[in-house]
Design a protein around this ligand. Structure first.
Ligand code: SAM
Length: 210
């Protein structure tokens, strides 16, 4: 067995184990495959750095971002699972790995200015409340530059961010691809500001969504 195969088997086992202990948080029995990782990252390049990844898991999208030429030092990886977080620190020693809930993004100043070129999200938005989804998007768009994009995959038939939330935050979602070579098959959405130079409203300005 090659080292790569051994790593893949270890990741499968780690993922499955994490899923059995917290199915709603992990929300997948296996890490995303290479095909989905390519669709998620193919519009992103070195000039988009810094790049923020949410729910990085075992690093399937992180590896694809590096293959796209994004510098490891330009990566900030957010992960809530402590076992995944430690593994990401070992695998990507030059990236900034943050052990935190992505819905708290807006409560910190993770970047000195809104200069992030892309956000890549592996978060299970479908198993989260509308309020939590709104906090995540609001926090992420607070760091994205005006033309920056938020990439999200889903196993479902439509964008996992409900239309009322997109409307309230002044965002639009475009399906940019999909793959059947993933377990299960998945689609990828690019979420951007409707008016690139308008600001996204703060969560505190909005009435509760749920
Ligand atoms: C479906 S898995 C995707 C993992 C990886 N990106 C992939 O595609 O293989 C969801 C990941 O999001 C993480 N996660 C779930 N809720 C989170 C939250 N609120 N904040 C940060 N990470 C979270 C889980 O621990 C898990 O690693």
């Amino acid at each position: 067995m090659t080292n790569a195969t051994t790593n893949e088997c270890a990741d499968l086992f780690r993922f499955f184990w994490s899923w059995t202990s917290d199915p709603l948080r992990v929300a997948a029995i296996a890490p995303s495959g290479e095909s989905l990782a390519r669709v998620m990252t193919r519009e992103i390049g070195p000039s988009d750095g810094p790049v923020l990844e949410l729910g990085a898991g075992t690093g399937a999208f992180t590896r694809a971002l590096l293959a796209q030429g994004v510098r490891e030092t330009d990566l900030t990886l957010v992960e809530y699972g402590s076992n995944f977080m430690r593994m990401l620190q070992l695998r990507f020693p030059q990236a900034r790995v943050l052990w935190m809930d992505a819905s708290q993004l807006g409560q910190y100043k993770l970047f000195p200015e809104a200069n992030v070129g892309a956000v890549v999200s592996g978060l299970p938005l479908l198993s989260m409340s509308p309020r939590k989804v709104m906090s995540i998007l609001n926090g992420a768009f607070g760091y994205l530059k005006p033309t920056g994009a938020f990439y999200q995959f889903t196993y479902g038939p439509r964008c996992p961010v409900p239309r009322p939330i997109l409307d309230r935050l002044g965002l639009k979602a475009t399906r940019v691809g999909g793959t059947v070579r993933n377990l299960p098959p998945a689609a990828v959405y690019r979420i951007t500001r409707r008016q690139p130079f308008g600001a996204v409203r703060r969560t505190s300005d909005l009435a509760p969504a749920d």
